[in-house]
Design a binder for this molecule. Structure first.
Ligand code: GLA
Length: 420
């Protein structure tokens, strides 16, 4: 039921359009006032792919060392990653020496980072990129390296002196919920006091959930993004469970996201071993819908052209980075097909349809256009482009029309509806 021509816009439809503009432009809760992460952070983070490999003798190419980060920095610049927006090259756990130095400062493992973090930051900056680092609010990092408890100011200052641009602050080894909350707040203030622009990536709600419901309005005032749920693994089971958690908690978490503060469903594992092609498409599409930080954890030295093209897809990245900064949500689930939607700037919408049935072949699914965007997504008509699994212009559709799609098992069809 494609619409061939354009129709005139009657008065009441104009009024509806105006209403949509007002509704979707309403600002979210107050964000951390550091001017950063106005769109979700994009970059690379070592954890999922390289974990805590400290054995540079046996595995020189995959141990956590300055060599690994220098190689990734080179590739981020030369292979088009930086050009599409992947900017932050981030170190996770296991970079530290087992003890602080004589002045109480954290120090990098001298064997694996012989030139130190400052020199690594200079190198990363020379490539036009930014450097992220990792520390922990508690007594130890999750892998057992020195924690920041009791050292928030000195650690913030050390990171700023080194030229660090992002801090991932983990929540292991805290004695109490109070310690956790106070620690996350104190580190935020300590980072601000350094005067350096440092994106603050928290895991505060994830560690809070077992004790009490996190206060997201407050978390947003201190953090640029925050992990809510378990670590991502290189598996469909893991990606599926992150989506399930997100949709079942969407009433609590969606509205709080916006420029300056984002829900973080964890790293993109596209380009690794565990996801089929369709599952990789699902992760990319849904991370765009969720306005998630796009932090890849893969090996940029060995990545298939297909995975690279997916991660570098400018249309999908544009949805993730949409300046309106509204997180999408699951609209409905019927018969194992989920429909997600996200309002975009210029009255456009992104719509994702996920086929969660892991049996049988591709399934057809028909959506009525009028059911999208609370009835406001396509008034009186719109131009629909399919972005994933491959780009295809579908043409003009009327508000009253239906759209039939075909979705592979565990795959997703991602659409962009543009106002005409
Ligand atoms: C926790 C975090 C992970 C990673 C590891 C490092 O599990 O959630 O993202 O940083 O610690 O030890």
């Amino acid at each position: 039921m494609k619409l061939e021509g354009r129709v005139r816009l009657p008065g009441f439809l104009l009024a509806l359009r105006f209403l949509a503009l007002v509704l979707w432009s309403f600002p979210g809760a107050r964000a951390l006032d550091n001017g950063l992460a106005m769109t979700p952070t994009m970059g690379w983070l070592h954890w999922e792919r390289f974990m805590c490999n400290v054995d540079c003798q046996e595995e020189p190419d995959s141990c956590i060392s300055e060599k690994l980060f220098m190689q990734m920095a080179e590739l981020m610049e030369s292979d088009g990653w930086k050009d599409v927006g992947y900017e932050y090259l981030c170190i996770d756990d296991c970079w530290m020496a087992p003890k602080r130095d004589s002045e109480g400062r954290l120090q990098a493992d001298p064997k694996r980072f012989p030139r130190g973090i400052r020199r690594l930051a200079d190198y990363v900056h020379s490539k036009g990129l930014k450097l992220g680092i990792y520390a922990d609010v508690g007594n130890k990092t999750c892998a057992g390296f020195p924690g920041s408890f009791g050292h928030y100011d000195i650690d913030a200052k050390t990171f700023a002196d080194w030229g660090v641009d992002l801090l991932k602050f983990d929540g292991c080894y805290c004695d109490s919920v109070e310690h956790l909350e106070k620690g996350y707040k104190r580190m935020s203030l300590a980072l601000n006091r350094t005067g350096r622009s440092i994106v603050y990536s928290c895991e505060w709600p994830l560690y809070m959930w077992p004790f009490r419901k996190p206060n997201y309005t407050e978390i947003r005032q201190y953090c640029n993004h925050w992990r809510n749920f378990e670590d991502v693994y290189d598996s469909w089971q893991s990606v599926k469970s992150i989506l399930a958690w997100t949709s079942s908690n969407q009433k609590r978490i969606v509205d709080v996201a916006g420029p300056g503060g984002w829900n973080d469903p964890d790293m993109l594992v596209i380009g690794n071993f565990g996801l089929s092609w369709d599952q990789q498409v699902t992760q990319m599409a849904l991370w765009a819908i969720m306005a998630a930080p796009l932090l890849m954890s893969n090996d940029l030295r060995h990545i298939s052209p297909q995975a690279k093209a997916l991660l570098q897809d400018k249309d999908v990245i544009a949805i993730n980075q949409d300046p309106l900064g509204k997180q999408g949500y699951r609209l409905r689930k019927e018969d194992n097909i989920e429909v997600w939607e996200r309002p975009l700037s210029d009255l456009a919408w992104a719509v994702a349809m996920v086929n969660l049935q892991e049996m049988g072949g591709p399934r057809f699914h028909t959506i009525s256009i009028a059911s999208l965007g609370q009835g406001l997504a396509c008034i009186p008509d719109c131009m629909i482009t399919q972005l994933l699994p491959e780009k295809r212009k579908l043409g003009f559709y009327q508000w009253t029309s239906d759209l039939k799609t075909k979705i592979n098992p565990t795959g997703t069809v991602l659409l962009r509806l543009a106002a005409t």
